[in-house]
Design a protein around this ligand. Structure first.
Ligand code: PRP
Length: 193
């Protein structure tokens, strides 16, 4: 039988799983307007391709592109990292590759969160090999305490503490991506109590 959302999750209002709101919708919108403005200035008059790393970055990507005032294209990649729920093994795999070549193009990777840094490290390595004219990174959230490998990040929306966060694209077991804010998940949800 295909997997389904468990009944216990379906019957619980989404907000019940949230301990507290860490970044509300207004703060997200304000910071994304700033990021859009700086990205627009940086690439003014130049070619620009935004690459969204699925699935977590979908909501950030959708708002960011509307905060960017210059012409640009979008593409999507999906990766998965092996490891247990909270520990990354550092091994990253491509689930979906780009639709087109990035050779000679200005590429901006759009990530929802940098945690251990392994995903971004891997992406930068494989995309650099494809010969872009430039490669920059914008991440909505950064959890510096969790870093295992150093990564280059050009723009960060918010630096956050080591809390389990969901919402605004970020999930726990694929749920909570539709919350319009970044919230801290109650411990009983991820401990299964
Ligand atoms: C999350 C997030 C980043 C990555 C960051 O993706 O979207 O891509 O993990 O973690 P790292 O810095 O430790 O590598 P995830 O694999 O949870 O998939 P999702 O975006 O589909 O939820």
């Amino acid at each position: 039988m295909p997997s389904q959302i468990p009944a216990s999750v379906r019957q619980r209002p989404l907000e019940d799983a949230i301990e507290r709101v860490l970044i509300d919708a207004d703060a997200l919108a304000g910071r994304i307007r700033e990021l859009g403005a700086v990205i627009s200035r940086t690439y003014q008059g130049q070619d620009l391709l935004l690459i969204s790393v699925l699935k977590g970055s979908i909501v950030f990507m959708a708002d960011l592109i509307r905060a960017i005032s210059i012409p640009h294209e979008v593409d999507f990649m999906a990766t998965s990292s092996y490891g247990t729920g909270t520990q990354s093994s550092g091994v990253v795999r491509i689930l979906k590759d780009l639709n087109s070549s990035i050779e000679g193009r200005n590429v901006l990777i759009v990530e929802d969160i940098i945690d251990s840094g392994h995903t971004l490290n891997y992406l930068v390595r494989i995309l650099q090999e494809r010969g872009p004219a430039s490669l920059r990174i914008v991440a909505l959230l950064d959890k510096p305490e969790r870093r295992e490998v150093q990564t280059q990040v050009d723009w960060v929306g918010f630096s956050i503490p080591n809390d389990f966060v969901v919402g605004y694209g970020l999930d726990y077991n694929e749920i909570y991506r539709n919350l319009p804010y970044i919230g801290v998940l109650k411990a009983d949800v991820y401990r299964g109590k």
